[in-house]
Design a protein around this ligand. Structure first.
Ligand code: HEC
Length: 455
């Protein structure tokens, strides 16, 4: 909801900009620098001028994609930026490589070729041609926007030489224009994307697992496709922690390794969302059967220096393992229907407010089983998909009528193991923390969870 509020603001802003005359210059021969959408460069992209379908990425049929491999210091590789849309017939792009640790700093250098030039952000409106003086960010971009048959798409390939030493992760930012070829900035669709790559993995300790729990309740039961946490040691260096970021998501899928760590459950790779020295958050793969499962944590996966933990057997896998995410172990992680308010006592979340009886609220959960349509673990659903099993809720001992459970299913735009439930609170509840019980397909959610109520 926060996202759509921001989108609204952007639309209003762009409508105002639309009234301002723009000086026309020859931009199909290469856009100005700093238009990849990277926040560090001002967060702006080609929709500053190509506004017909603004904001960027608003037409989901098209896309821009970056293909890049993990890097070896100093070893050149070719980066591919592919722009596609079934109705477009002219194509443009811009690409920048930055240090993940400080994305105001460039990472390595691009080489110009017959489809791409390289420009420097020298402070001028149009930039200057590379080689760039030290410290000036550089951008690879089209210089004579290619035309193709309608819908053919176009892949821009640019050689990139990473820094000669290990500089940690590198982030590529790209914008792509799937243009209609009319020679103006009208009718063109703009896309932005991010891709994060890593240097060779160098973890040196063999990981060890001590436990595996449901990712929402931190209690035993978990299920195929549920969010989980695995606990142990040597999952990274001391103090390190790595949260999934947009650049780790490739083709709308969460990665199966993060921060040089992979996890298998019954031999299947699990999508990973977070890694720190003693904890990994992941989504269980699609598993057949229930009961015992064998978990292995792999450091430096696939590399010659790979290190595997001893297998760890857990017996807590259930067919369904519903559990509600909480702020503090019992106060459910909930918002108002429009997402503008956090439902919690202010003592639990500063700024949180109690719900009123009869309010519609939204809470988040995992382990609710299959949905229609279904997803593969790691997928990011773009639209709603209802849980297949029957869902029941009681609040303060009062059953919520089925008609008041407005939605129980995946949480669009997030990993498919995250579910959300939108429902209407009973019309009459006393003030105080009301116990909330979620039941999916006959299985009650683990843990005692509550929602604060104030009339
Ligand atoms: C400052 C305004 C401005 C920005 C920012 C801008 N463009 Fe353009 N672009 C234009 C104008 C004006 C034209 C039409 C004149 C021309 O072809 O140069 C154009 C034309 C194009 C065309 C050909 C369109 C067609 O239908 O024939 C492509 C492709 C293109 N731009 C790509 C990009 C990309 C990619 C970006 C962002 C990285 C970008 N532009 C950013 C102003 C801009």
């Amino acid at each position: 909801m926060l996202r759509s509020t921001l989108t609204m603001k952007k639309r209003v802003l762009l409508a105002v900009l639309g009234a301002t005359p723009i000086v026309l210059m020859g931009y199909s021969t290469g856009p100005p620098p700093k238009r990849t959408g990277a926040a560090v460069d001002g967060g702006v992209n080609c929709t500053l001028c190509h506004r017909t379908y603004a904001p960027a990425n608003s037409d989901p049929i098209g896309s821009v994609r970056i293909d890049a491999s993990n890097y070896v210091p100093g070893v050149k590789q070719t980066i591919h930026v592919t722009v596609s849309h079934p109705q477009a017939q002219r194509w443009g792009f811009q690409l920048s490589a930055r240090l993940a640790g400080d994305d105001s700093k460039i990472a390595g250098n691009f080489a110009p070729n017959d489809v791409a030039r390289v420009i420097c952000d020298d402070g001028s409106a149009r930039g200057s041609l590379a080689p760039c003086p030290a410290g000036q960010p550089e951008f690879a971009e089209h210089f004579d926007a290619p035309r193709t048959d309608v819908g053919a798409g176009f892949t821009f390939s640019v050689d990139w030489t990473p820094p000669p030493t290990n500089v940690g992760d590198v982030i590529f930012y790209a914008a792509g224009n799937a243009a209609n070829g009319d020679g103006t900035f009208n009718g063109d669709r703009i896309y932005t994307t991010v891709r994060r790559i890593s240097p060779p993995c160098g973890l040196t300790q063999k990981p060890a697992i001590t436990g595996a729990l449901n990712g929402a309740s931190f209690q035993g039961p978990w299920s195929s496709g549920s969010l989980m946490s695995v606990f142990g040691s040597n999952f990274g260096t001391t103090g390190s922690n790595r949260v999934i970021s947009a650049g780790d998501v490739v083709a709308d899928k969460f990665p199966q390794s993060l921060a040089c760590i992979a996890v298998t459950i019954n031999g299947q790779n699990a999508p990973i969302t977070y890694v720190q020295q003693n904890q990994i958050n992941l989504q269980a793969p699609a598993l057949a059967g229930v009961g015992a499962a064998s978990i292995v944590v792999i450091a430096n996966p696939g590399a010659p220096n790979e290190l595997r933990s001893d297998p760890f057997t857990v017996t807590t896998q259930q067919a369904l393992a519903p559990a509600i995410f909480t702020f503090n172990g019992n106060s459910i992680a909930a918002t108002s229907a429009d997402g503008s308010k956090i439902i919690a006592n202010a003592s639990v979340v500063p700024g949180g407010v109690p719900a009123r009886p009869g309010d519609i609220i939204v809470f988040y959960a995992t382990g609710m089983g299959t949905t229609n349509p279904g997803f593969t673990p790691g997928d990011i659903p773009l639209a709603a998909a209802q849980v297949s099993s029957p869902v029941a809720i009681t609040v303060g001992g009062v059953s919520v009528p089925p008609a008041d459970i407005l939605y129980a299913g995946v949480s669009p735009q997030s990993i498919c193991g995250l579910y959300q439930v939108n429902f209407k609170l009973p019309a009459s509840l006393p003030d105080g923390d009301a116990a909330i019980v979620l039941n999916v397909g006959g299985t009650a959610a683990a843990g005692r969870t509550t929602v604060p109520i104030k009339n």
